[in-house]
Design a protein around this ligand. Structure first.
Ligand code: IMP
Ligand code: MG
Length: 188
């Protein structure tokens, strides 16, 4: 892993893909333990019981894709695009840039986030999903910056904690670039 140059900034290696993969294994094990039920298979006529796995675009594409391969129970994939970041900092205003792709009324929802920083996004989102009639909303995040967000109890599944630094790669961007990097890098 070498340095990467994105726009005007330099990023250095931080979390290699092998470690990211282990983090996702850990999250998947916890979710599987909570959701896997005997007889809950793909022919079950109980659609309302099948959890909606909600990918928050674009940051969570890689995480959601890898996580869902590890889930041992049926899920329905949905997505929506939210935006709160400009450059390397949060604006505090969460905008719904692309609406939810599925009706979640009466359904259990598992939100897949790439990273929780100030927590604005997931707090707003949970409120919105409950207003839209979700039966239950669980928040799953690959990474958490605990120095910034003091509400860890609001998160149901956390892959790993990182210091309050700006990162890119594995879905995360700096002004839309860097998402395709397989490993995670940190601002130098
Ligand atoms: P929050 O609303 O402050 O918790 O921010 C959450 C969103 O901001 C995440 O879903 C990311 O899209 C983005 N974000 C937070 N920290 C970083 C970072 O270090 N790099 C890239 N994007 C980040
Ligand atoms: Mg995001």
């Amino acid at each position: 892993m070498d340095k990467v140059y994105i726009h005007d900034k330099v990023f250095v290696p931080f979390i290699p893909y092998e470690k990211i993969s282990q983090i996702i294994d850990g999250v998947a094990d916890k979710i599987n333990a909570d959701y896997t039920r005997p007889g809950h298979d793909y022919s079950c006529p109980c659609e309302e019981d099948i959890p909606v796995l909600l990918c928050i675009l674009h940051g969570s594409v890689m995480f959601t894709g890898e996580l869902m391969q590890r889930l041992s129970f049926p899920v329905e994939l949905a997505s929506m695009k939210l935006s709160s970041y400009v450059g390397t900092s949060s604006t505090g205003v969460v905008r719904e840039v692309m609406p939810l792709s599925t009706d979640i009324k009466g359904r259990p929802v598992i939100v897949c986030e790439d990273i929780v920083d100030t927590g604005n996004t997931i707090v707003e989102l949970k409120k919105k999903l409950l207003e839209k009639g979700a039966k239950d909303v669980k928040i799953c995040t690959m990474l958490l910056k605990p120095e910034v967000f003091k509400g860890r109890d609001k998160l149901d599944y956390v892959g790993a904690e990182i210091p309050n630094r700006f990162i890119v790669g594995f879905g995360l961007d700096y002004d839309e670039l860097g998402r395709n990097l397989k490993d995670i890098y940190v601002l130098e």
